[in-house]
Design a protein around this ligand. Structure first.
Ligand SMILES: O=C(O)CCC(=O)C(=O)O
Ligand SMILES: [Fe+2]
Length: 223
């Protein structure tokens, strides 16, 4: 059972991210989508109860949700992360980032790297985490809140970090200068239901505005 192929793995090494299509089986992710609406206490298709904008985090240990962390998904994460495969166990709870529709015109977000909150004090080296994953619970249309990534940025951000290890000792300091690392142009992902985005800890990325007619439902996980 190969969760990902060599092409996907080399894409990840080059670009610092890879969107793996259909990694979560439809019967598992479809049930999770229904359970996510329940976890939010909302009714599908009834916008009256939706928050007007933003990303209310949902943390849930509901087994139908954690079931998305399938053996295939965990094997893919472990393989892409490289090194010791220990610790890629299913999490006890999911951490959902659900982006509700917002009025106004869609615009490109600015880039960031994760684990960059000053008070948390995460160091840049050795890597602050092994790999991150976004699991999408439904098809996401253009401008529907798909994650934005900067292809190839992880390497450029690493070069910046190594250019001045003292200055960029913390992820917070490095994040301040990510936009100045020559990371090029962003790409807006339009994932399908059951796709998983894996990204490197130095991959510049961002959440984006959702100007579609439905909330963008996805889980985030870091190992
Ligand atoms: O919601 C997304 O698509 C990405 C969010 C993100 O980058 C974050 O919360 O750090
Ligand atoms: Fe992020």
């Amino acid at each position: 059972m190969a969760a990902i192929n060599e092409e996907q793995e080399s894409f990840y090494r080059e670009q610092g991210y890879v969107l793996v299509s259909g990694l979560i089986a439809p019967e598992i992710v479809k049930r999770a989508e229904v359970a996510m609406w329940q976890a939010m206490g909302l009714v599908t298709g009834d916008p009256s109860g939706w928050p007007r904008s933003g990303v209310p985090p949902v943390v849930s240990g509901e087994p139908v949700l954690t079931a998305c962390y399938t053996p295939e998904m965990l094997a893919a994460a472990a393989r892409l992360a490289g090194g010791d495969p220990q610790g890629f166990a299913p999490p006890a709870s999911i951490y959902a980032l659900n982006v509700f529709p917002q009025p106004g015109e869609w615009r490109w977000p600015g880039p960031h790297i994760d684990h960059a909150i000053r008070e948390d004090g995460y160091r840049t080296f050795p890597r602050a985490f092994r790999i991150a994953a976004m699991t999408y619970l439904h098809d996401v249309p253009a401008h529907g809140g798909g994650t934005v990534v900067w292809p190839g940025s992880a390497r450029k951000v690493e070069i910046l970090a190594r250019s001045d290890p003292e200055r960029y000792e913390t992820m917070w300091a490095l994040n301040q200068d990510v936009a100045r690392a020559g990371i090029g142009e962003p790409v807006e992902l339009t994932p399908r239901q059951g796709d998983v985005l894996f990204y490197h800890y130095l991959c510049a990325h961002a959440g984006s505005m959702n100007t579609s007619g439905r909330p963008r439902l996805a889980f985030n996980m870091k190992w």
